[in-house]
Design a protein around this ligand. Structure first.
Ligand SMILES: *[C@@H]1O[C@H](CO)[C@@H](O)[C@H](O)[C@H]1NC(C)=O
Ligand SMILES: *[C@@H]1O[C@H](CO)[C@@H](O)[C@H](O)[C@H]1NC(C)=O
Ligand SMILES: *[C@@H]1O[C@H](CO)[C@@H](O)[C@H](O)[C@H]1NC(C)=O
Ligand SMILES: *[C@@H]1O[C@H](CO)[C@@H](O)[C@H](O)[C@H]1NC(C)=O
Ligand SMILES: *[C@@H]1O[C@H](CO)[C@@H](O)[C@H](O)[C@H]1NC(C)=O
Ligand SMILES: *[C@@H]1O[C@H](CO)[C@@H](O)[C@H](O)[C@H]1NC(C)=O
Ligand SMILES: *[C@@H]1O[C@H](CO)[C@@H](O)[C@H](O)[C@H]1NC(C)=O
Ligand SMILES: *[C@@H]1O[C@H](CO)[C@@H](O)[C@H](O)[C@H]1NC(C)=O
Ligand SMILES: *[C@@H]1O[C@H](CO)[C@@H](O)[C@H](O)[C@H]1NC(C)=O
Ligand SMILES: *[C@@H]1O[C@H](CO)[C@@H](O)[C@H](O)[C@H]1NC(C)=O
Ligand SMILES: *[C@@H]1O[C@H](CO)[C@@H](O)[C@H](O)[C@H]1NC(C)=O
Length: 857
């Protein structure tokens, strides 16, 4: 018999020389038989004439005799596996037949008692998994996912005591999870999701698996309670989404969890009252989904401890009316879904701190007020539909929309400009919105009569003296002696001033201006946001210590600018437009009302105004951190120029925030300079493209760009030129020295050119050069002595591709030089001689965003 066997070997060897064929009843024979029977064509990977151990996906033991591993994933194998093929590989420890079209297993399959890993996922095997699976006592990993197994999961699982990975997901398993599974103490990962499993979990399930890290039961019909999971000490990932679990969720929060998905169950109860296990560490939590349950009360207040949270979904529960939760600490959040959670009040501005936010769904709540500024960098999905939001959509968000995957603003009370959106977008994402563009004026507002409410007035006066005291203390603290004295004295005389009669005359170094009014108390001051406070010119008098020179911030071409505190702590800059105007009172008021409604995070808001005789007085929010002129060109600390800066108005000014900006060194970083450039560009883009008709600034210069208390750049003085009417247009149009575009310097025709958006673009280009070079537009020390202006010097260098030589040494090394050079090129484009060659401000915003320095958190 032995001889016969060798004889046939000899015959075969002779016949197929030089091919080495597979001898019958060897592992090579069984494997080649298997592959060929399952429809595998001969291919370069499988030359069945070569030794089996050389085939792709075949692993042999050390002696190169026995196949111990076979991986035949994704080879298009199809049909039933025949007997006497792989079922005969006695030493097989690892079998991967995933991703084929196998429909059934042979009866000798269950004799593969050495198997440690078995992967049959992504096939078409149907029917019952026989109890024979219990034969695989050494099995460590069993993956039968994505097949068509049905009926019960066999109790025989109890024999698989070494099993670490069990994946039976996406099959048709029914009935309940077998008790037998409790024997598999070694399990690290269980995935039974997307079956039709019902019933309850076996008793003691939570505590049965001391090494379990991942448990996925999602998408079944399992019933039970949160307490079923108590005892899980090592689980990191828990997904029981889409079942019928009940209870107050509390017991699910086990100490080691990082990912918790309890969505689409029947959890109920007041979660704000829940006492979480003292061992639960919120700072480990990365993912929490409690959506589509029946939770009530308010959100739990531990939320802010979850500093590593990336995904939070609390949508669609039965929460009671509540304010937006505290989220300022959740800076890593990428997904926030608070849809249908009964939110009231406003969206907090802290939301802008969530710079990783990708998805924000606040739909179906009762949120009011406006949409705050968002960090739009990563934003892809945004839904605020079905709320009560009003006001305008932040421009930065509008600019981002075309690049977002999904957005929905429907059913709110937002003010929008149809021209910003395509008709299709308006129809799908702005359903139920009214289009109120251009911003309407409300002439009724400025026709107000002087106050008749004596009682209120008295109360105001009392409150005011308190405010004065506070203000006085503030000034003392800042060490501003002369002004402090003035301030306190003047404030104390408020009541006398109330009855003071005009006309009033005021003097500054360069001008005298007159407010020709009879009674200071009969001239209303309109403060847009506080229409119920009946301020009058008398209040302005006291706010500015009777327009005292000590409160003078600057004197510019429009006239003097004073600083003051209005009642209620409103810190304002009061700008008197002394040079008169050709507009009637009504026209000027309408124009100022219009300007007051133009809101953008990068514009200095017009707070209100007053028409005092011939004088038009514009009242602005006070900007804490000075302007670019101050910051860039090294004026003494604390000096603020609002416009053209004249020497003796600042001597005794207090130290305002400028010092902070400087000392923190923030202003000498490329990141900050870029932020200022981009914010300023956004302001211009909004004036030119977001307003109808477009607003041309006409007087662009560094001293028109302020930094607010958050160090956001804000452009001021927009629209003022128009208030002057035609009288001064020519002078204004000429702009400030160093910022005047060439088309105004060489008028080809007799009459000077009218300003256009492109003349603003030129001015912006100069500001950009100032930001990058740190040099003044004219009269500075430019290394190439022959160059008289900043623009000719920088343009010369850019043209020679030597832009890097112009970069401010102070910001050198604080960012990629290539970005700074690119920025100079943008400035180069903006300062093109021909207006038509300059980009639009919208394009400039895009160009600047392309070179945005990466934000690090
Ligand atoms: C095998 O070859 C036949 C005919 O050449 C072809 O139709 C079939 O798709 C091939 N099968 C595989 C899995 O490559
Ligand atoms: C298979 O291997 C044999 C022996 O190495 C070789 O002669 C033959 O050309 C190979 N066949 C293919 C199709 O590569
Ligand atoms: C089984 O194979 C599939 C597809 O090749 C793979 O994605 C999966 O990770 C494997 N399962 C295990 C437990 O390794
Ligand atoms: C899965 O099995 C059920 C019966 O158990 C059968 O009705 C169904 O057609 C099968 N589906 C597929 C895709 O094979
Ligand atoms: C939980 O399972 C469901 C259903 O399979 C899935 O949609 C969801 O993404 C899973 N959750 C997590 C956190 O993986
Ligand atoms: C939560 O704990 C506090 C103090 O430990 C206790 O007063 C309160 O009754 C507990 N609440 C619940 C619902 O157990
Ligand atoms: C929570 O985990 C963090 C990080 O692992 C650790 O620093 C902190 O001490 C833990 N807090 C508690 C209460 O265990
Ligand atoms: C927010 O959660 C709800 C409820 O689960 C869901 O319907 C909605 O699609 C989610 N929104 C986003 C943007 O994922
Ligand atoms: C929106 O606000 C109006 C007026 O305050 C109120 O009548 C209305 O009920 C609110 N709508 C929603 C959906 O909260
Ligand atoms: C919408 O907002 C306007 C003011 O912007 C307000 O007059 C009006 O009542 C609001 N409508 C609703 C339904 O809240
Ligand atoms: C926005 O929400 C409304 C109301 O739910 C819906 O009808 C509309 O299809 C949604 N549009 C988009 C673009 O998601």
């Amino acid at each position: 018999m032995g001889l016969g066997f060798f004889g046939s070997v000899l015959v075969l060897t002779l016949f197929f020389r030089p091919l080495v064929s597979q001898q019958p009843n060897t592992d090579g024979f069984f494997v080649s038989d298997f592959l060929q029977n399952m429809g595998l064509n001969s291919s370069t990977a499988y030359n069945f004439s070569t030794p089996v151990c050389s085939w792709q996906g075949v692993f042999c033991d050390a002696k190169q005799e026995n196949v111990i591993g076979l991986s035949a994933s994704g080879l298009g194998l199809s049909g039933l596996i025949p007997d006497t093929t792989i079922g005969k590989l006695r030493n097989l420890q690892s079998l991967d037949l995933s991703n084929n079209k196998i429909t059934g297993l042979p009866s000798d399959f269950w004799s593969l008692g050495s198997l440690k890993t078995l992967n049959l996922s992504y096939n078409q095997i149907s029917g019952n998994l026989p109890s024979n699976i219990g034969n695989f006592g050494l099995l460590e990993s069993l993956d039968l996912s994505c097949n068509n197994f049905s009926w019960n999961i066999p109790e025989a699982l109890s024999s698989l005591v070494s099993l670490q990975v069990l994946k039976l997901n996406q099959n048709g398993y029914e009935s309940s999870i077998p008790m037998g599974i409790l024997n598999c103490h070694s399990l690290v990962s269980i995935d039974l999701s997307s079956n039709n499993l019902a019933g309850t979990l076996p008793d003691g399930f939570g505590a049965a698996f001391p090494k379990l890290k991942s448990l996925n039961l999602a998408g079944n019909e399992i019933t039970g309670r949160d307490s079923d999971f108590s005892g899980m000490i090592s689980v990191v990932y828990l997904n029981i989404s889409g079942n019928q679990f009940q209870g107050p969720v509390i017991d699910v929060f086990q100490e080691s969890l990082e990912v918790i998905d309890l969505s689409q169950n029947q959890f109920q109860g007041h979660i704000s009252k829940v006492n979480f296990s003292s061992t639960f560490n919120w700072s480990h939590l990365a993912y929490l989904d409690l959506s589509e349950n029946q939770l009530s009360g308010e959100f739990f207040n531990n939320l802010n401890q979850a500093q590593n949270l990336k995904h939070l979904n609390l949508a669609h529960n039965r929460f009671s009316k509540q304010q937006f939760p505290q989220i300022s600490m959740l800076s890593g959040l990428e997904y926030l879904n608070l849809s249908e959670t009964n939110l009231i009040g406003h969206i907090p501005i802290e939301i802008s701190l969530l710079s990783n936010l990708r998805t924000l769904d606040l739909s179906k709540n009762h949120l009011t007020s406006h949409i705050p500024l968002l960090s739009i960098k990563n934003l892809q999905e945004f839904d605020v539909s079905y709320n009560n939001l009003s006001g305008e959509i932040p421009l930065s968000l509008i600019e981002k929309l075309p690049w977002m995957e999904r957005f929905n603003f429907s059913y709110n009370n937002l003010t929008l400009c149809a021209s910003d959106f395509t008709p299709e977008t308006l129809r799908s994402a702005f359903i139920g919105s009214s289009n109120s563009c251009p911003i309407a004026a409300n002439p009724g507002l400025f026709k107000r009569k002087a106050s008749k409410h004596r009682g209120l007035k008295l109360a105001l006066a009392l409150t005011l003296s308190m405010v004065c005291l506070l203000a006085g203390l503030l000034f003392l603290a800042f060490g501003c002696r002369r002004k402090t004295r003035m301030w306190v004295v003047k404030q104390n005389s408020y009541k006398e001033e109330q009855n003071v009669s005009g006309p009033f005359s005021f003097q500054t170094d360069s001008t005298t201006w007159v407010a020709d009014v009879k009674h200071a108390t009969s001239v209303p001051v309109v403060i847009f946001e506080k229409p119920l406070l009946n301020f009058t010119f008398a209040d302005l008098l006291s706010a500015t210590s009777h327009f005292d020179r000590g409160t003078l911030l600057a004197e510019g071409r429009f006239g003097p600018v004073y600083r003051g505190f209005l009642l209620g702590g409103i810190h304002v800059a009061v700008k008197v437009l002394v040079h008169g105007s050709t507009m009637t009172d009504q026209e000027a008021a309408r124009e100022l009302e219009y300007l007051g409604r133009i809101k953008h995070p990068n514009l200095v808001p017009l707070t209100g105004y007053c028409l005092a005789g011939e004088q038009r007085i514009a009242i602005y929010d006070y900007m804490e951190n000075g302007n670019l002129q101050n910051l860039l060109h090294d004026l003494p600390l604390g000096v603020q120029t609002t416009e053209d800066w004249s020497t003796d108005t600042w001597e005794e000014d207090d130290n305002n925030g400028i010092q902070n900006v400087r000392s923190e060194g923030l202003f000498t970083t490329w990141r900050f300079r870029h932020k200022v450039a981009l914010g300023t560009a956004r302001a211009f883009a909004y004036l030119h493209h977001g307003c109808s008709p477009p607003i041309i600034h006409r007087d662009v210069k560094a001293s028109s760009v302020y930094l607010d208390s958050n160090l956001e750049p804000r452009l001021s003085d927009f629209g003022l030129a128009k208030i002057f009417g035609h009288g001064l247009v020519d002078e204004i149009a000429r702009g400030s020295p160093g910022y005047v575009p060439p088309e105004f310097l060489q008028p080809e025709t007799g009459s000077p050119r009218a300003p256009t958006p492109k003349s603003d673009v030129y001015g912006f280009g100069i500001i950009l050069f100032e930001l990058i070079t740190g040099k003044k537009p004219i009269g500075d020390d430019y290394p190439e002595k022959k160059e008289a202006t900043l623009v000719s010097w920088v343009r010369g260098l850019v043209r020679k591709n030597q832009g890097s030589r112009a970069i401010d040494p102070k910001i050198h090394g604080t960012g990629p030089e290539i970005q700074m050079e690119e920025a100079l090129k943008i400035g180069y484009l903006c300062t093109a001689d021909l207006p038509s060659k300059r980009p639009s401000m919208q394009q400039v915003v895009g160009l600047l965003k392309d070179i945005e320095p990466v934000t690090q958190l």
